[in-house]
Design a protein around this ligand. Structure first.
Ligand code: ADP
Length: 312
């Protein structure tokens, strides 16, 4: 059975539908990246998944438990890093994590060791006695993470954890996602940054207007836009016959020539076609200076599915 199951999940605000009959399964051990532009429905989905928001329709299971009928059991298994910081500015880093550890029922020696472990994990051990109000945005985000992981949750959900922070904290957070996953937690990570989701996810779901418009491994998603595979060749001695022959190749969709640059759009990605291209060019004594294969990315997929960029 899947670790997480969302079946036909619907959420409306007033008369507007924010999550529209969403079906999604996530297996234990995954780093699942939920990608989509602002307003796509990612946070609403996360809130329903973690029991913070009532579902209008459908059902959600986490580790075989119903979020609707066993909310406390589900919450115990989840570490939620919310988009809006959930820390107390007036408390020290240590007091913040201790507060949340108590809420999760930790006491005594175990509480003390878990608080230290969590602060150490996010790189704030040496600032544990300082008030959160003295921290940079990135440090506050890291403290937010410490507060969510000290109880060793099976599922860690991070909602846009890198918005508006410095590159160093961002890298620290991305690295900690990998480490937490290696240590055994399943991760759900929402972002509207394609590069981040691409860097850490084992599988990606793309949301838009409350719908899951694509879902799969990055390789599977890339295949969906295979027709957009591009090869750029810088060359000398380009002759018309070579361009003509490339144009006639059954797998090449379009050839454009500008100055000393040949741009090819391929129907599908394959090394075999690359061999064909090299063969044709060398047959006509075209001298290749450089060759670049441009693989379609998640941004290209979003564009091909919606006609918009992620940042529109
Ligand atoms: P994302 O996390 O992908 O940016 P959200 O889940 O926050 O998207 O929002 C999805 C849609 O639901 C948006 O159109 C948003 O305006 C709407 N929405 C979210 N929260 C509320 C709310 N509390 N009241 C009314 N509309 C909301």
């Amino acid at each position: 059975m899947s670790f997480i199951q969302l079946k036909d999940v619907v959420k409306r605000y007033n008369n507007n539908i924010s999550v529209d009959h969403l079906n999604l399964t996530i297996q234990e051990g995954e780093v699942f990246g939920l990608l989509g532009p602002n307003g796509a429905g990612k946070s609403t989905t996360i809130k329903m998944l973690s029991g913070l928001l009532k579902i209008d329709q459908g059902h959600v299971l986490v580790d075989g438990l119903s979020v609707a009928s066993q909310p406390l059991e589900v919450k115990r298994r989840i570490g939620l890093v919310p988009q809006d910081l959930a820390i107390y500015e007036g408390l020290t880093a240590k007091e913040n994590v201790t507060f949340f550890a108590r809420l999760y029922g930790l006491r005594g020696k175990l509480l003390k060791s878990r608080v230290e472990e969590a602060l150490d994990f996010v790189g704030l051990a040496d600032r544990s006695g300082d008030k959160a109000s003295s921290f940079s945005g990135g440090m506050k985000r890291r403290l937010n993470i410490a507060c969510a992981i000290m109880h060793h949750p099976k599922l860690i959900i991070m909602d846009e954890p890198t918005v508006g922070i410095d590159p160093q904290s961002r890298n620290h957070i991305l690295e900690s996602v990998r480490t937490l996953n290696r240590m055994g937690s399943t991760i759900i990570y929402t972002s509207h940054y394609m590069e981040e989701v691409s860097a850490i996810s084992t599988r990606v779901g793309i949301m838009d207007h409350g719908h899951l418009i694509a879902c799969g491994t990055q390789e599977e998603l890339r295949c969906k836009v295979a027709q957009d595979n591009k090869i750029i060749i810088q060359a000398a001695n380009i002759v018309d016959e070579a361009i003509q022959e490339l144009n006639n190749h059954p797998r090449i969709k379009k050839v454009t020539l500008q100055d000393q640059m040949i741009e090819l759009l391929q129907l599908a990605s394959s090394q075999a076609y690359l061999q064909d291209i090299l063969f044709i060019l060398s047959k006509h004594q075209v001298k290749i200076v450089s060759l670049t294969q441009v693989e379609p990315d998640l941004e290209a997929l979003f564009l091909s599915l919606t006609g918009r960029t992620l940042r529109d």
